[in-house]
Design a protein around this ligand. Structure first.
Ligand code: GUN
Ligand code: ZN
Length: 437
C-alpha cells in the first residue's frame, strides 16, 4: 500500500459549533499529520504520534498552513462558467438574455468536454473538491462532466436538466425524453468511481405538469439519487409559477404535490418562503441552499436563516456558489457574502460555523458525511491547504491575528483562490498554487 503523509495545522469539525468556546465541536491540531493510502485517510493526529507504520512514507510538509477538508459546493451550474458577470437586472432577464443562449452550446460534445476540464480545474483551484452541479438539458453535457470527474477520482454529483417549456426549442426536452435520459444516466454512471447522478428538474417554471410527474416518478424509483432544483428565488418567478400551477398553495407546494420534498432534495435559494413552506421543508427534511453571491448579484433577496430556524430549529440548510448567477467560484468569497447577507438582517454568523458549513455541514446536507467533510481515519482523502497570508493585504492583516477564529474570519473575509495552496483529491495532490512572496 503506497502511503503519503501530509503535515500542517489541521482543522475539522464533528458538529456545528455554537461559537469559539465550543471546543468539543471541532479538532484543531497545531502540528498535525494525515496519513493517506489508497485514496483514504488511514490515520490523523499529532505529528509526534505518527504511528511507525507511516514513518517511512514521503511527507508533504504544508506547515505553517491550515489543512481543512475540501470545500463542498452544493449548488452550481456546469454550463455557466462563461455566464458569470453577465449584465442583467434580475433572474428572468438574466436567464432569457444570457443563460438560455449559452447553455445551447453544451449540445456539442467537444465544447462540453473542454468545459468539463475547465470546470473541474476551476473548482480545485478554488479549494472545492466536491460539487453538486446542474448540467444543461443535453445528456451529453452531464456525461462529459461525469467522465472527467471519474478520470480525476472526484466526488461530483450532476444530472441533465429537465426543462420542457418556457425556454428556446433547442434547450427543451419532453417529459418522456427527460425521464429516459435521466434513467440512462443513472444506469450508466451512478456509483461509477465517486460520481453520482442527481434528478434535476430545472424549476417549476420550465417544466410542464407531465414533466413534474416524471421527476416525481424518478425520485420514487431512485431513492439513492439526490434531487436538485430551484425554489422561491425571485418575486416575478414566484408569480409565474403560481399562474402555471393555479391549484398550488404556494411554490413549495408545487414540488410537494409531485413527491419532490424529501431528505434527498436540494432547493436552491428559498428566499421568499412563508412559515408554512419552511415548516414543510423542515418536516420533509428537505435542504434549503443559501447562494449569497447570486442572490445579491441578481437582486433576488436576503436569505433569512434566523426565520427558518425560528420556524423549526432543525431545518436543514447548505451554502453554495450558484455559478454563474453567483459571482465567485470561491467558497471563501461565498462565506464572506453570506456573512454580509445575514449581518444586514442583524444575524450573527461565527466563522467557525461558516467553515463547518462549507465542509461537514454541506456533507451532511448531501448525505455524505460518513465519507467526506472530516480529516478522520476512514474518510476519503479530500482536503485543502489554506494560506491565511495568501495576498499582501492578508499578510498585513495576519500580523495582528492571534486566534483560530480570527484566522478563519480573515480567510473568509479576504481570501479567494490565492489562499488555496493545494487541493488533495482521493489522496493525490490534484492542484497546487505556488505563491511566491
Ligand atoms: N432558476 C432556474 N434556473 C436558474 C439558474 O440557472 N440560475 C439561477 N440562479 N436560478 C435559476
Ligand atoms: Zn442555480
Amino acid at each position: 500500500m503506497s502511503a503519503e503523509v501530509f503535515r500542517g495545522r489541521l482543522l475539522w469539525f464533528e458538529r456545528e459549533p455554537a461559537g469559539s468556546e465550543d471546543e468539543d465541536a471541532y479538532h484543531y491540531l497545531e502540528d498535525g499529520a494525515i496519513a493517506v493510502a489508497d485514496g483514504r485517510i488511514v490515520w490523523s493526529g499529532d505529528w509526534p504520534d505518527l504511528p511507525s507504520a507511516w514513518r517511512d512514507a514521503p511527507v508533504r510538509d504544508h506547515r505553517p498552513h491550515l489543512i481543512v477538508p475540501g470545500f463542498i459546493d452544493c449548488h452550481l451550474h456546469f454550463p455557466q462558467g462563461q455566464v458569470v458577470a453577465s449584465y442583467a437586472g434580475s433572474l428572468l432577464e438574466w436567464l432569457n438574455t444570457y443563460t438560455f443562449v449559452e447553455e445551447q452550446k453544451y449540445g456539442d460534445p467537444d465544447h462540453a468536454g473542454r468545459m468539463a476540464k475547465a470546470f473541474l480545474d476551476m473548482l480545485l483551484s478554488h479549494g472545492t473538491t466536491t460539487a453538486v452541479a446542474f448540467g444543461s438539458v443535453h445528456r451529453t453535457s452531464a456525461e462529459a462532466l461525469l467522465g472527467e470527474a471519474v478520470k480525476r477520482n472526484m466526488r461530483i454529483v450532476t444530472g441533465k436538466v429537465m426543462m420542457d417549456r418556457n425556454a428556446p426549442d433547442a434547450l427543451t426536452d419532453t417529459a418522456q425524453s427527460g425521464y429516459e435520459d435521466t434513467k440512462a444516466l443513472i444506469a450508466e454512471w451512478h456509483g461509477t468511481g465517486r460520481v453520482e447522478v442527481a434528478i434535476t428538474p430545472r424549476f417549476a417554471l420550465t417544466s410542464t405538469e407531465a414533466q413534474m410527474e416524471a421527476a416525481g416518478t424518478l425520485a420514487r424509483e431512485h431513492p439513492e439519487c439526490l434531487m436538485q432544483t430551484h425554489l422561491s428565488e425571485n418575486r416575478a418567478e414566484i408569480e409565474v409559477v403560481a399562474g402555471l400551477f393555479p391549484w398550488s398553495k404556494d411554490y413549495t407546494d408545487v414540488y410537494d404535490r409531485y413527491g419532490l420534498l424529501s431528505p434527498k432534495s436540494l432547493f436552491g435559494h428559498c428566499i421568499h418562503q412563508s412559515e408554512r413552506e419552511i415548516a414543510r421543508m423542515a418536516e420533509s427534511r428537505s435542504v434549503a441552499v443559501f447562494c449569497p453571491t447570486s442572490n445579491l448579484f441578481l437582486g433576488s433577496g436576503l436569505y433569512d436563516l434566523d426565520k427558518m430556524k425560528a420556524v423549526h430549529p432543525a431545518v436543514r440548510h447548505a451554502i453554495a456558489t450558484d455559478i454563474g448567477g453567483g459571482t465567485s467560484w470561491s467558497m471563501l468569497r461565498t462565506l464572506d457574502e453570506g456573512y454580509k447577507v445575514l449581518n444586514l438582517q442583524g444575524q450573527r454568523y461565527h466563522p467557525l460555523r461558516s467553515f463547518y458549513q462549507a465542509t461537514l455541514g454541506n456533507a451532511k446536507a448531501i448525505g455524505m458525511d460518513d465519507r467526506i467533510g472530516k480529516l478522520a481515519s476512514g474518510y476519503e482523502a479530500d482536503f485543502i491547504v489554506l494560506d491565511s497570508r495568501g495576498t499582501p493585504a492578508m499578510a498585513l492583516r495576519a500580523e495582528t491575528v492571534s486566534t483560530l477564529a480570527e484566522e478563519l474570519f480573515l480567510l473568509q473575509t479576504m481570501g479567494d483562490d490565492r489562499s488555496v495552496r493545494a487541493a488533495i483529491v482521493s489522496g493525490a495532490t490534484a492542484s497546487e498554487n505556488h505563491v511566491t512572496r
